[in-house]
Design a protein around this ligand. Sequence first.
Ligand SMILES: [Zn+2]
Length: 465
Amino acid sequence: MKLLVGSLNDDCIILPFWQKEENAPDFKYKNFDLRALQASKDFKGNEGEVLFIYPEKGPKRLLLLGLGKKEEITPERYRRAYAAATKAANSKKIKTLTLIDYNKAIAEGIALANYAFDTYKTDKRSLVEAIAFLKAGPKILAEFEQVFTVFEGVYAARNMINLNADDMSPTHLAAFAEKLSAPHIKVYIHDKIWLKKKGLNLLLAVGKGSHIDPLLIVIEYRGDVKSKENTMVVGKGVTYDTGGLNLKTEMGDMKCDMAGAAAALGLIVAAKGVKLKKNITVIIPTTENAISSTSYKQGDVYTSYLGKTIEIDNTDAEGRLILADALAWGNKEYKPTCIIDIATLTGGVVVAFAEEVTGLMSNNEAFSKKIQEASERTFERVWPLPLYDEFKDLLKSDIADIKNCGNKGASSIKGGIFLKEFIGETPWVHLDIAGTAYLDAEKRYLPKGATGVGVRLLMDFLENE
Ligand SMILES: [Zn+2]
């Protein structure tokens, strides 16, 4: 996004108005006298209400934008209103929006809505390319710059998820990661031979059915070499999930099963862009869960990296398997201060929270609280689910230490309980984004398909930690 100095002769000036109880808003701004419109009551200033008018003098268009009631305004309401303005501008192919009001949420609202996935479309949709400011100091400009830089990470995540599964295989994810290399960003791609040598047998098992080899991608982002703090982010990278031999009946959206990996990579794009002074270690176990004569089988037992044996109760509960090996290996190798894993893990979280809220599970109250605070600030909302020890009974196995799926009920919690076995005492948060990562239909400022959820949440957590 280009940031420009605006003028009263610009293409499209956004004029925000509060909704008033009695009379219509006070429609007067600079030389623009809009009292006739006021009399007509055609525009009330409701949240997200948009009206274009075409004055004889001055700008080509005025975009009147309703903000709702002044006393009810929140950052989220700003986001929604300015997202509505951005969508309206995109429908008119407007390339530059001129602002007279500025705050971080306004920048976020514009950025959230200003996205289209057109890689496979012949006719590309029009997007806003520049923001012009009628009056803005360096602090405002820096804030907008920061927001749009973070959104490079969000868009990167959305694009990775929306691409064909064959255009975003484990090999492609690795290539994307490698491009992030810099003097302070080291990237390692560990192949099948390395996985065998180290004993990441669960990741190898899930990958058995695919002609594409599984990989473990590691990124060491070192923004603050003086600090010993190190946040480990583990993202699930199943680039297509058929369910394996426990074949899914519906798999139209299953290219999105690497949304956790995309969020982790998007986080590094954003951190690199804003030169975040934090240490992050990203670990991505990535594979396809494919169906073939070589696929891993229900009823078989595999030994995890940590040594615990796992009975495969359902080949479609593959995410927790690859995460278990990645979490255990990363925890031992890097001894991080805290661990966040992010994964499209269970359909159960969609039953509980639809596409609105990410399921959060944790072994540490204080750490969990910090993630919840970041979620309130970004409106990438999370809600905690309990990991009581009693739930462990659901994963009891007669032939191995633990099952990967087990008895009916509490499907999201079972995922969390399983992963907890591989964490030890390190403060940890598990984010189940199966509902929030990929939408069936456009919603508010979020597009249909990939949302890029997680990038803003984790950036906000790291920035405010
Ligand atoms: Zn699955």
